[in-house]
Design a protein around this ligand. Structure first.
Ligand code: FES
Ligand SMILES: [Fe+2]
Length: 402
């Protein structure tokens, strides 16, 4: 398989020169007659340059989780489709995201994760910024041993901060600063989940340090991971073991309104129990929904699995047209469940369970990528019953492109 890395020099062509608009229009039809997104959306590098702007920079996009920078001064670089960013936790424990470029001559400031003591220092000429992005030192700017220059105003050269919001430890950025306020954006999902976790319950989540995180590299376009996650149609074929305990019949589909998320739920979630050991539950979970769990893809690039005793954040780092890194972080209710020695084996088992499920899905998403190289495929067809969430995601993509 050829991997197409993101080429920053790709010209941003008009969409009509990249793909057949008529095919795109076929997405937004009643599901019985709709077609899926055209092949170019998964195989054409010019399309990715277009999508980068329209989807990833215009929307609230996930670039990480707070638990990966837990201490004050923790910082890590992140590359969002060619744009270098810094994720940092400042001294007041607030997470900030900056463009990762020095205001002097444009050196990339940070190239690996680290804990910084007081400043972000540029390796080139040592200009330094505090954790709020203020330029605080410009050594020798006025000549040797003269660190000021009367014509240079430091206050006009701070780091450029990205519009950022943290929700349930997830770091969302809106590069182009043009999406609706995050509170408005997330309200429909919070409303849906208010019978499971309210705002106070959201504060109870704690990441686990031992079996909390793993990542997977998949050879496919990021959209396939979302499409596959939304539906339960593939349960019997791709997840035969999971289907035995929580079968396709026990699942229901979820349609977010307005169209910002889609997914599925199960009515047969069974908590992991070993003897008298089990994870703590969310305290305000409605009593008639104890066995409900929900799996939601919040567009564009994060999937959340919510259960009475844990939640996970499964987010996508698009690397190329046909290359994606999947990141998984699991959270529990309170520190005892997340990190207590007593429940370590249970956490290991839970993490293993989800990793096996995600590994099973790789054959599905990579198989779709391979198939999309066929010139005779035209977006295909949807099952009017089973593919509703996937159709919803395709409509979301198509509507944001034009
Ligand atoms: S480019 Fe950063 S200090 Fe010169
Ligand atoms: Fe799956």
């Amino acid at each position: 398989m050829i991997i197409f890395f993101v080429d920053q020099n790709l010209k941003k062509l008009p969409l009509s020169e990249i793909l057949d608009i008529e095919k795109l229009n076929n997405v937004d039809k009643p599901i019985e007659s709709a077609k899926g997104l055209p092949n170019d959306c998964y195989t054409n590098a010019n399309y990715l340059a277009y999508e980068k702007e329209k989807i990833f920079f215009n929307k609230w996009t996930v670039v990480g989780v707070g638990s990966s920078i837990p201490k004050a001064g923790d910082a890590k670089p992140y590359n969002l489709l060619g744009i270098p960013l810094i994720l940092i936790r400042d001294k007041e424990m607030k997470i900030r995201v900056f463009h990762n470029v020095c205001s002097h001559r444009g050196f990339k400031l940070l190239d690996k994760a680290c804990n910084l003591k007081n400043v972000i220092r540029c390796p080139y000429h040592s200009w330094s910024y505090d954790f709020k992005g203020n330029l605080v030192a410009t050594p020798h700017i006025g000549g040797l041993n003269n660190h000021q220059h009367k014509k240079f105003d430091k206050t006009k050269s701070h780091l450029k901060e990205v519009r950022t919001k943290i929700w349930m430890d997830i770091i969302f950025v809106n590069i182009n600063s043009n999406e609706v306020d995050f509170e408005e954006y997330i309200k429909p999902l919070e409303r849906r989940w208010s019978s499971f976790i309210n705002k106070e319950d959201q504060k109870l989540i704690v990441h686990s340090n031992d079996y909390g995180y793993f990542s997977l590299d998949v050879k496919c376009n990021w959209k396939f991971a979302i499409e596959n996650y939304c539906e339960s149609y593939h349960l019997p074929t791709i997840h035969p073991e999971l289907n035995k305990v929580s079968s396709i019949n026990d699942h229901y589909h979820i349609q977010g309104l307005p169209n910002r998320f889609a997914g599925q739920g199960s009515k047969k979630y069974e908590q992991l129990i070993k003897g008298n050991k089990k994870f703590k539950s969310f305290p305000n979970w409605e009593k008639d929904k104890l066995k409900n769990s929900e799996y939601i893809a919040l567009f564009p690039n994060v999937m959340i699995g919510l259960h009475i005793d844990h939640l996970y954040v499964f987010w996508l780092e698009p690397l190329a047209m046909n290359k994606t890194k999947e990141h998984m972080q699991i959270y529990y209710v309170g520190n005892e469940s997340a990190n207590g020695e007593y429940l370590k084996e249970l956490r290991k088992e839970n993490s293993r369970f989800w990793k096996d499920v995600m590994l099973e899905d790789i054959s599905a998403v990579e198989g779709m990528q391979d198939g999309r190289n066929s010139p005779v495929y035209n977006g295909g067809n949807f099952s009017p019953i089973m593919d509703q969430p996937t159709h919803q995601f395709h409509k979301w993509v198509a509507s944001n492109l034009v």
